[in-house]
Design a protein around this ligand. Structure first.
Ligand code: URP
Ligand code: ZN
Ligand code: ZN
Length: 471
């Protein structure tokens, strides 16, 4: 199958020029000013951007969490991702209590076998225990399976939180294996005390989710993880950075040239603490962790994204229906399953409010949603760019296409949208994964199974050089 994309503005992290892209057998075969070849399919991209498919490195599909299971499977979740211009995602494979790492991987592979994805899917290994099921030997072998990042939670005490011993031992293994360590950075012990105290005082509403997780608890854990990673000699990636207190230690570490990176997610740029403080349990929709912060943090996050203090823009898509699932915590905020949906609208929101409103350049938009993700997670240059030899994961983006974001029209199984009613301009017209058209003119044209499991390269030294090039 060959595809010729004509006269689009080809945008990578570094370039922007008008030209043609010829795709053959799943990869980009040629790029030129005016290519004159026959193809099975020709796409006229005049007036459109031709960008590398976005990669979402932070999703929770069909995850048992908070007493329930996230409501997207790998079919619905990847269909929703594709409609938003995402052509690969990296989901967190969770080591469940007592499970070994090979068992955890088997469970996640079964999920993508049963509910086949339409886009490419990779895994991170989420480590919850190195004492019962998990061993250091098995942990060191995880990257052999193409799973080249370890994730640890410094919060959720009594559930998936690890202690500093587990965190540090994992970092030491990562320093050996060339895996990237990812942390959810919040001080889970301090939060646990604050939560118990609030509940004892009868404070049960969703707003207390934010009031018991102050920004300082995120700042402290971020700094602790950075310092421990330095001691272990491991590279570190801080997920879902939400506030100034966490941005500051990352900025300092990066200024020093340390191998530290951070991401933020769509919700932290647009939703603030006040959303939690709504009557009739409406606030329950916005219970995700870290919580929505006071509004002034949003400007700090935009600035950090622009200045490469934060290098990636992801979703942390973790969908629970409201009120059916979120209602588990109707009378106790600590029982509300933590997580918010967003897999489909990441590019819509960043393009409209970032690029169109002049906060970031078009190149930076591509870099934050695709190129840097590929570089940090062992996928570059196979993915993350438009270049001969790269996978033909391509989005033909119409910068003038209007869209009103709504749960009525989105493709996730979840029954609400964090950005309900937001009017944006700019959306995908055609989405291709390895040369196969997945979405065209708002229709799904691929079957489940079009996506493949992504084995990722070990990062290690390569990571340090590729990621240091993230200017
Ligand atoms: O609230 C969230 N973010 N739920 C998903 C798990 C996590 O912390 O990333
Ligand atoms: Zn987290
Ligand atoms: Zn998450």
């Amino acid at each position: 199958m060959s595809v010729l994309i004509k006269r689009g503005r080809i945008v990578t992290a570094a370039d922007s020029y008008v030209g043609d892209v010829f795709i053959d057998n799943g990869t980009i075969a040629q790029i030129g000013e005016s290519l004159d070849m026959t193809a099975d399919k020709v796409i006229d991209a005049t007036g459109k951007y031709v960008i590398p498919g976005a990669i979402d490195p932070h999703t929770h599909i069909e995850l048992p969490f908070g007493g329930t299971v996230t409501c997207d499977d790998f079919t619905s979740g990847t269909v929703a991702a594709a409609f938003g211009g995402t052509t690969s995602l990296i989901d967190f494979c969770f080591q469940m209590p007592g499970q070994t790492f090979p068992e955890a991987l088997e469970t996640w592979h079964e999920k993508i076998e049963r509910c086949k994805p339409v886009i490419d899917v990779g895994f991170h290994m989420a480590i919850t225990d190195l004492k019962e099921g998990g061993s250091l030997e098995d942990l060191a072998k995880v990257p052999d399976e193409g799973v080249t990042s370890y994730k640890l939670f410094m919060a959720y005490k009594g559930a998936v939180m690890v202690d500093d011993e587990t965190l540090f031992k994992t970092m030491e293994v990562a320093a050996e294996t060339g895996a990237l360590v990812m942390v959810h950075a919040e001080n889970g012990d301090a939060i646990d005390i604050l939560v118990k105290r609030a509940l004892a005082e009868g404070k049960t509403e969703p707003i207390w989710h934010a009031r018991t997780r102050p920004p300082e608890t995120e700042g402290e854990a971020t700094n602790r993880a950075i310092q421990l990673a330095r001691v272990a000699g491991a590279p570190l990636y801080v997920v879902h950075v939400s506030c100034k207190e966490a941005i500051e230690p990352i900025a300092l570490a990066r200024e020093k040239g340390w191998d530290i990176w951070g991401e933020t997610c769509t919700q932290y740029l647009f939703i603030d603490e006040s959303y939690l403080d709504q009557p009739n349990f409406e606030g329950g929709k916005y219970v995700y962790t870290p919580p929505p912060r006071p509004k002034e943090n949003q400007e700090h996050l935009w600035k950090a994204l622009g200045a490469d203090v934060l290098s990636v823009f992801s979703t942390d898509h973790c969908p629970f229906n409201w009120p059916e699932q979120k209602g588990l915590g109707k009378d106790d905020f600590s029982k509300i399953p933590n997580g918010g949906p967003g897999i489909e609208n990441r590019l819509h929101m960043l393009h409209h409010f970032g690029v169109r409103e002049g906060r970031i350049s078009l190149n930076r938009f591509v870099e934050l949603t695709s190129t840097n993700v590929a570089k940090l997670f062992g996928l570059y240059p196979r993915k993350g760019t438009i270049a001969p030899g790269s996978d033909a994961d391509v989005v033909v983006w119409d910068p003038e296409k209007p869209l009103t974001i709504s749960a009525k029209t989105h493709h996730s199984n979840v029954n609400y949208n964090l950005f309900e009613g937001t009017e944006v301009v700019g959306a995908p017209e055609v989405v291709l994964v390895r040369g196969q058209v997945i979405v065209e003119n708002d229709e799904l044209v691929a079957q489940p199974g079009a996506g493949q499991f992504l084995t990722r390269a070990r990062v290690g030294d390569e990571l340090a050089s590729a990621a240091r090039a993230i200017a």
